[in-house]
Design a protein around this ligand. Structure first.
Ligand SMILES: N[C@@H](CCC(=O)N[C@@H](CS)C(=O)NCC(=O)O)C(=O)O
Length: 252
């Protein structure tokens, strides 16, 4: 224990309060020198970018933007979009796939993805999901306690813009839950035989895991979905491996 931390404990115990060490200036400076990833927690493209940091165990500063904050992303990259990578020593930039490639090449151990392209069947499976998952997920995301909605302004921003984006009110989308859950169950059943194992889509971690996990993660926010055991094990395994928590505890 450093003398500074020891001193904090000593003062705390002297007045009977268990002292918590405060953030030191050096740890703040260390944070400033880390690459910064700006995200929304519910953004699947942000999950993709977080995965490459997680799997390679690279230290980074994960910044959850408020969903109603237009100023910060516009100052960084000119538009309101996430994920944004600020590599610290060069200009901040957008696009999850570019971020993944950059991080894989520049940080941590040797590259693990090697410019491989996603499998066609995986791309097609994900595209099928786009057609209905948004109706299941958006109203639940809007009612969630995710960090990008901590402030009222951000919750209102989604309440105003979300229905326009999905072309349906959140109430109407919620009313469709039974038929959407049915589709989601079939969607997960289709995935099961496409997985090499309950650990990886292919023999080892690949870009396909990035595509698949980022599609599955928001589905953990939907209470009534029936997960085939292999797919459930898979999503839990990748969550652990990449340090991206699932959302079951908030499921509704
Ligand atoms: N092609 C981009 C897509 C990123 C994207 O669509 N991000 C969404 C969040 S999931 C966004 O920032 N939308 C603006 C908004 O929600 O206000 C990528 O792969 O990074």
């Amino acid at each position: 224990m450093s003398s500074e931390v020891a001193a904090t404990f000593a003062v705390g115990s002297a007045i009977g309060i268990p002292a918590v060490p405060t953030t030191t200036e050096s740890s703040i400076n260390a944070k400033k020198s880390l690459p910064k990833l700006y995200v929304y927690d519910a953004c699947p493209f942000c999950v993709r970018a977080r995965m490459i940091f997680g799997i390679k165990k690279i230290k980074f500063d994960l910044v959850f933007l408020q969903y109603g904050d237009e100023k910060t992303p516009k100052e960084l990259v000119g538009i309101k979009q996430t994920p944004i990578l600020d590599p610290i020593d060069s200009k901040p930039f957008l696009e999850s796939m570019d971020i993944i490639q950059y991080v894989d090449k520049h940080y941590g151990s040797k590259p693990i993805l090697n410019d491989t392209k996603p499998r066609d069947d995986i791309i097609n499976w994900t595209k099928n999901g786009y057609s209905f998952l948004q109706f299941l997920e958006y109203p639940r995301i809007a009612a969630s306690l995710l960090p990008e909605f901590a402030q009222k302004e951000s919750r209102e921003y989604l309440q105003n813009n979300g229905p326009k984006e999905i072309g349906m009110s959140f109430e109407d989308a919620l009313a469709k839950t039974p038929e959407l859950v049915q589709k989601a169950n079939e969607f997960l059943e289709q995935l099961s035989p496409m997985l090499h194992s309950s650990e990886f889509v292919n023999e080892e971690f690949s870009i396909d895991d990035i595509i698949v996990f980022s599609t599955l993660r928001n589905m953990t926010l939907v209470k009534f979905v029936k997960w085939p055991p292999k797919v459930r094990k898979y999503v839990e395994y990748i969550s652990e491996l990449t340090d991206i928590p699932l959302l079951d505890k908030m499921a509704m």
